[in-house]
Design a protein around this ligand. Structure first.
Ligand code: ADP
Ligand code: MG
Length: 289
């Protein structure tokens, strides 16, 4: 095995959730979790135009979008409505770019794979399954694709990880919005992906639950060491969560600016540094306040 191949194999090693949960969480993933020279995922000069299939004309959505994300990083994408944020996440799975490529580790993306999983706003759960069965579904998918860690990963552990111990027999209609979102996250984690693709996952929650879930998401991220690509249109949310914020322009979208956030966590909205960053991002988005 070459040095590079060994490094790759080490990076891909599956960490059982039991070990993950037991890990002392004091080390921030941004502080050198990956020593691999390869980014976890890279958008390489990606342009995308939707075709004229219904006679509405061609829509140029993305224009040479280019960025790279290291393993274990939490990156937020922010941009005006309709600029192509969801399209970027789709390109990490089933959509093909018109020009350019998306590369995961060293392999160009040619379709969906269970090393990348999408987490939607709550509402994608199976309503006829309990919380436990929804998560078990994720485990079955993972088992079929050989991605489930062989030791110890089970439904209880995943529900525990997302703070839902004791709610295994509840159906989605018996859970609050925040709890349903926790089930969504547990189901996605069951597939044991390297990358979580999150499309405004907290967008449907009330303001207080949203704040709680932001903190919970940071906790879960630290415990699992996943790479997260998180789309939001909420400037403060991006600053509270991310290692790095990618600000997009209006359509056809380009990367307007990438902002590295070196503030320690937890971050607070009333911190003057957060407020200053918020204003800077708002200015980049053309919002005056
Ligand atoms: P965002 O998530 O930033 O709000 P989207 O990525 O959903 O934006 O969409 C970007 C643009 O792409 C939209 O303005 C829309 O016009 C266009 N679009 C999205 N999906 C399709 C599609 N399936 N067919 C044609 N155009 C689409
Ligand atoms: Mg969208």
């Amino acid at each position: 095995m070459t040095d590079m191949a060994m490094c790759e194999a080490a990076q891909r090693q599956v960490v059982p959730f039991a070990e993950v949960s037991a890990r002392v969480t004091g080390t921030a993933p941004e502080q050198g979790m990956s020593s691999s020279p390869l980014p976890q995922i890279r958008f390489d000069q990606v342009s995308l135009a939707f075709g004229n299939t219904l006679g509405h004309g061609v829509v140029q959505v993305l224009d040479r979008v280019d960025f790279a994300i290291r393993a274990g990083q939490f990156v937020c994408i922010i941009g005006p409505s309709g600029c192509g944020k969801s399209t970027i996440l789709s390109l990490a799975g089933y959509l093909r770019p018109t020009v350019g490529q998306i590369v995961v580790r060293d392999a160009p993306v040619v379709g969906p794979a269970s090393d990348r999983v999408m987490v939607f706003q709550s509402g994608a759960l199976f309503p006829w399954y309990t919380a436990a069965d929804n998560v078990a579904y994720g485990l079955r998918v993972a088992a079929n694709r050989n991605r489930v860690s062989s030791r110890n990963t089970n439904v209880d552990e995943l529900l525990d990880l997302v703070g839902l111990k004791g709610f295994d027999r509840h159906y989605p209609f018996e859970l609050s919005g925040g709890m349903r979102q926790r089930v969504e996250i547990a189901r996605a984690l069951a597939v044991n992906p390297d990358i979580l693709l999150m499309d405004e996952p907290l967008g449907a929650l009330d303001a207080l639950t949203r704040l709680t879930m932001q903190a919970e998401l940071i906790r879960i991220w630290k415990e699992t060491a996943k790479t997260i690509l998180f789309v939001t249109h909420d400037i403060d949310e991006a600053i509270i969560l991310a290692d790095r914020v990618i600000v997009l322009t209006a359509r056809p979208s380009r990367v307007r600016e990438e902002i590295a956030l070196e503030l320690p966590r937890p971050r607070h909205r009333d911190d003057p540094k957060v407020a200053a960053l918020s204003r800077r991002i708002a200015n980049l988005l053309g919002v005056v306040f």
